[in-house]
Design a protein around this ligand. Sequence first.
Ligand code: AMP
Ligand code: MG
Length: 281
Amino acid sequence: MTTHWSRPATKALRADGLRIAELDTSGTPGFKGGKKAGKELLAERTGVLSDLQEKLYANGRSGDPRNVLLVLQGMDTAGKGGIVRHVIGSVDPQGVDHAAFGPPTTEEKRHHFLWRIRKQLPRGGQLGVFDRSHYEDVLVVRVHNLVAPEVWGKRYAEINAFERELVDEGATLVKVAMFVSLDEQKNRLRERLERPDKFWKFSPNDIEERAFWPSYQQAYQVMLDRTSTDCAPWYVLPADNKWFSRLAVTELLINALEGLKLDWPAARFDVAEQTRLLDRS
Ligand code: AMP
Ligand code: MG
């Protein structure tokens, strides 16, 4: 099957130097096919992702400390939940470690901002998923001045050092920032108000936050500029097309898992002998 990728997603979506003010959120960078081709390819690539994730899990069970951590950031309605449901939902849940981050609790506020993040880090063999993350501490916190500028200002360097440490310990980070247009967000919020099966996703706060859109754009830009590192780069995902978001994240995860060059763990027993014993049992 033709892939329709003219450039791999890892190259087409790299944040390096990208200005999000100029981003076409309805674009499909690197992908030349349309929705139908994208969906067909996704069905095929989902199988590849699932096989690779099973290998990661199997190796983790055999003591391999390596893991993959998908970090999803994006404004409300950007489609983070859809990625969790449709992309992560296609792999074996035993090997998935999912965490969503909301406003910090009173106890969490008493600790350093990375305290609650560290508690949710995936173990060896796990595919970790962060639906929002430590990056909220330089996004919503910066936009709404929830802590002093001297405090959030130091966090970019702290985050880079933290992620360096994770990578040194065996993590592969896949950081994806999802962007929809202000109009597309309005459509998606309207859908949440029109469909009783979507009321649960709506928060009145989402409408108030729309007024802060330019501040968020700026905070996201600084985040990309300061925390897209060689060991933990950001990928920028135009997210108006859900089929493209799902396909692109699938490709980024496949790439991360392929980079681990995983084999099935070797048997820690004598296969021939165990087969003989089984035959006799
Ligand atoms: P949702 O992802 O729709 O469940 O919303 C979670 C909410 O938690 C969002 O409004 C985030 O901005 C907010 N949130 C997440 N992390 C933090 C944080 N560190 N400080 C303040 N608000 C946060
Ligand atoms: Mg929300």
